[in-house]
Ligand binder design. Sequence first.
Ligand code: DX5
Ligand code: ZN
Length: 223
Amino acid sequence: MPAVKVAPSLLAADFASIAEQIRMVETAGADVLHLDSMDGRFVPNLTWGPKIVADLRKLTALPFDCHLMIVEPEKYVDEFRKAGADYITFHYEATVHQHRLLQYIRSTGAKAGIGINPGTPVALLTDLIEDIDLLLVMSVNPGFGGQPFIERALTKLHQARKLRDERNPSCEIEVDGGIGLKNIERAVSAGADILVGGSSIFGADDPPAALRDMRSRALATRG
Ligand code: DX5
Ligand code: ZN
């Protein structure tokens, strides 16, 4: 079973002092940095592309988990990989050839991730699971931070874990959206290995303490 990890999402960070914000979560024990790229088409919001990722790459040695909320993500894989992405996660709903794209991402040396929206069933990944290194269950509709956790995601995490355990034990399962101390135990028990936290970390009064609490709660739950 993969180790449990906490991935702060920079969407909720203050970019006016981004170097400091990254240092803060790295020092507090972040395992991975989660970077949300949005195109204003797949989701109704805009963030950043490969240029910003490449600049941020100079600030930390933490693995970069690039979550692409972009239509036709196949057009951008090479650029994100060159910018320093360790995981490249696209959305099932954003491309026609998911299988081809997973294989292509792996061929670049990155871990291949695929995300599913709240309305997309885990069963649609049945014929892809061997080609997935990271299976992302969205627990909010993608596009914005600070939204409430959709409880149905717990059932989907169970289903994802079953599929993973049976067919691809090294695949990591990630949950993204509305994750914090109040639901981290349930998310880990249901099957999440990577817990993304945006507002619950950067929006906390004491972000390093919030991150440490989430991480120790997650590790204690996994046992
Ligand atoms: C939303 C993004 C998330 C976002 C989560 O589309 O994919 O990574 O930062 O934010 P919180 O943790 O505040 O729900
Ligand atoms: Zn995300």
